[in-house]
Write a protein that binds this ligand. Structure first.
Ligand code: AP5
Ligand code: MG
Length: 206
């Protein structure tokens, strides 16, 4: 018997796109979601969050969601194939045609290679947010043991990914330990320098 494809509803429309992709990396609580929301709102970019995409599959009761839930509940990385399919679906649902902020994806070097194979767009900038802050937002995977697992996993799995983007010359490190406004301003500067967003005169309004 031939195994059914893991995900049958992969969104074809999201492929072969010339979209500009920006990768935001950082440990849990680094502020990826906060910054992506701000940048999307102010610069007209599309924010696609891995955690949200996976939780959306769980909420919809898809097969992908049922498989992913086992990992999410324990704070473990979800297998690459599931993450890639969840993100492909989420990018297609977003209707994005140009700048896309990828929040938490790719998270491993194999995911980065899968992303390149998918032709969803071109990664022009990878940002590593550096930070020790970790706060509970009341989510199921915010329990302290689960948070610890998520942090250790980030350190182990992300190093080769940083090397991957570093070799391509598109990696920048950003200190996330400052106010949200300061971080947003720094990130916006990198987006302009990478040609992702047009330069703007005046301050980036909150
Ligand atoms: P996901 O939901 O992406 O969680 P995460 O990566 O663990 O990151 P968080 O959402 O917890 O933090 P954040 O960096 O977005 O910070 P936030 O803006 O909320 O993923 C959940 C799970 O899915 C993972 O554990 C894993 O199992 C799985 N997964 C995800 N991606 C995967 C992948 N690629 N492959 C495999 N599995 C994957 O900010 C945190 C707090 O700080 C907030 O309260 C915020 O208000 C505050 N804050 C933010 N910025 C500032 C600031 N500058 N000053 C003061 N406070 C601030
Ligand atoms: Mg987040």
């Amino acid at each position: 018997m031939t195994a059914a494809p893991l995900i049958s509803n992969r969104a074809i429309d999201a492929r072969d796109s010339d979209a500009t992709l920006v990768v935001l990396l950082g440990p849990p609580g680094a502020g990826k979601g906060t910054q992506c929301e701000r940048l999307a709102r102010r610069l007209g970019l599309t924010h696609v969050s891995t955690g949200h995409a996976l939780r959306e599959e769980v909420r919809r009761g898809t097969r992908l969601g049922a498989l992913a839930a086992r990992y999410l509940d324990r704070g473990r990385l979800v297998p690459d194939a599931l993450v890639v399919d969840a993100m492909t679906n989420a990018i297609a649902r977003s209707g994005a045609t140009s700048g896309v902020l990828l929040d938490g994806f790719p998270r491993t070097a194999p995911q980065a290679r899968l992303l390149e194979d998918l032709d969803l767009g071109t990664v022009r900038l990878a940002v590593a947010l550096i930070l020790e802050r970790l706060r509970s937002r009341g989510r199921a995977d915010d329990q302290i043991d689960v948070l610890r697992t998520r942090l250790i996993s980030y350190e182990t799995d992300t190093r080769p990914l940083l090397d991957h983007y570093g070799r391509r010359g598109i990696l920048v490190h950003v200190d996330g330990n400052r106010s949200a406004d300061e971080v947003t301003a720094t990130l916006a500067g990198h987006l302009v320098a990478a040609g992702v967003s047009p330069a703007r005169s005046g301050p980036l309004l909150v």
